[in-house]
Write a protein that binds this ligand. Structure first.
Ligand code: GTP
Ligand code: MG
Length: 413
């Protein structure tokens, strides 16, 4: 199958350090590769500051319009920067092809990879919020240009479109609410069980670690954002009590805000964890910025303070000298390969001892009205005693501190 041709516009703003610029552009190429588009040409411009009308200067825009035509016959142009609705419109008018910025490319990948109902709803919501202003503005313009009416007509079209988008956004919010209620219900059944959430940059090997730890069949693929949903499985072979492991959507620099907001509930699974496994691709030269981005996203969703273990994954693809450097720089981290059963076994042993060896007697008070949580505790924790007091049900349980902290979070919410 032939791949759609696209042209990459490499705008280097003066304020961006060269290293950061290169890494971001390289990553954009990977994102485009995930879409299976073919980059047939690159247009470069160094700028002191972006041009309001079209990001690149008018001369460059003209050059781009020429480039889009023969011999490439490009169907789209891709910018690494976030474009304003006006810029998208102007560039589309000048070139006559699809205009994508980095968030739009990411949204397109999410759109293609969304499988479950929740992921599909969330992606549609994010797409409407991000793309609709860009689409409808140009849509109204095109209709006006098409001669199907005067200014008044195109404006009322625009109004109708805006209202339709608003209505659809409200409908999506309603549907998502139902899905999330069901999820909260399912989560309640897992209350009191130790939970490990796998988090990290996209393509770091999160699903590979998940697969290895839980003998599950979650999707592993050498693409960005292969995983969009949260999967929860028990650590294998099973322990008593069971230790749950979750795998979820990965992070990337400049993740569109609407996308983060839409995927909040997917990420809530991480918030609920007693321990985060922060997976890093140790063989990626940009690993430090990946760690930083992951930390920032975690802070952003309120999971910045959770206990976390740094995992330098793909260590099999790192040379000896680099390995030594990493060991020095991240002395606390666990270096491993998700593909090496011995490494996976060592990680499992570490998790088991973290959760099951430091069990202690703890007292918990479950306020009245939180019967769901209470049921979860009775089902999943080793309850030593129970009494009914004014403030709620007082329980003495055998548990480790991480699990209790996570549970207290649930009781407070
Ligand atoms: N060499 C090597 N490759 C690995 C290792 N772990 C994962 N991979 C490969 O890295 C790629 C991405 O792995 P995934 O497990 O899908 O990564 P992910 O973090 O879940 O990615 P997304 O869900 O797309 O964010 C796949 O091609 C894996 O086979 C490892 O330890 N060593
Ligand atoms: Mg994955």
């Amino acid at each position: 199958m032939s791949r759609p041709a696209t042209i990459l516009i490499d705008v280097h703003l003066q304020k961006t350090p060269a290293e950061e610029h290169d890494a971001s552009l390289q990553e954009l190429r990977q994102l485009i590769e995930t879409l299976r588009w073919d980059v047939v040409g690159t247009l470069t411009q160094k700028l002191q500051s972006p041009t309001a009308a079209s990001l690149i200067g008018p001369g460059k825009l003209e050059q781009l319009s020429e480039l889009v035509k023969a011999p490439y016959k490009a169907e789209s142009v891709v910018f690494d920067h976030e474009l304003t609705p006006t810029q998208v419109r102007n560039i589309r008018e000048a070139t006559g092809v699809g205009v994508y910025d980095r968030p739009a490319v990411i949204l397109e990948i999410f759109h293609r990879h969304a499988r479950t109902k929740e992921a599909r709803l969330q992606v549609e919501l994010a797409r409407l919020k991000y793309l609709a202003p860009r689409e409808s503005v140009s849509g109204a313009k095109e209709r006006k240009g098409g001669g199907r009416g005067g200014r008044g007509v195109s404006e009322s079209f625009h109004e109708i479109e805006r209202r339709e988008v608003r209505d659809r956004i409200s409908a999506l919010h309603r549907e998502l609410k139902v899905v999330h209620r069901e999820q909260a219900e399912r989560r309640r059944h897992r209350d009191g069980l130790p939970k490990v959430a796998i988090v990290g940059y996209t393509n770091a090997g999160k699903s590979s670690v998940m697969r290895a730890l839980t003998a599950s069949e979650v999707l592993v693929a050498d693409q960005l954002f292969a995983t969009l949903d949260t999967t929860v499985r028990a650590l294998q072979p099973e322990t008593q009590p069971r230790i749950l492991v979750s795998d979820t959507v990965g992070f990337i620099r400049n993740l569109p805000h609407d996308l983060v907001a839409s995927f909040r509930s997917t990420l809530d699974e991480a918030l609920d964890a007693s321990l985060l496994l922060h997976i890093v691709d140790a063989s990626d030269p940009a690993l430090r910025s990946h760690i930083q981005v992951t930390k920032e996203v975690l802070e952003g969703i309120g999971a910045g303070k959770l206990r976390s273990l740094l995992i330098l994954n793909k260590i099999d693809a790192v040379n000896i000298s680099q390995k030594a450097l990493l060991k020095k720089e991240f002395p606390e981290a666990i270096a491993m390969s998700a593909l090496n059963p011995k490494d996976v076994e060592a990680l499992r042993t570490r998790l088991v001892s973290l959760f099951l060896d430091d069990m202690a007697q703890v007292e918990l008070v479950v306020p009245y009205g939180k019967e769901g949580v209470l049921a979860g505790i009775r089902k999943n924790m080793h309850v030593l005693s129970e009494s009914y007091e004014d403030k709620g049900v007082c329980l003495k349980v055998n548990a480790n501190s991480g699990t209790v902290t996570a549970l207290k979070g649930r009781l407070a919410s």
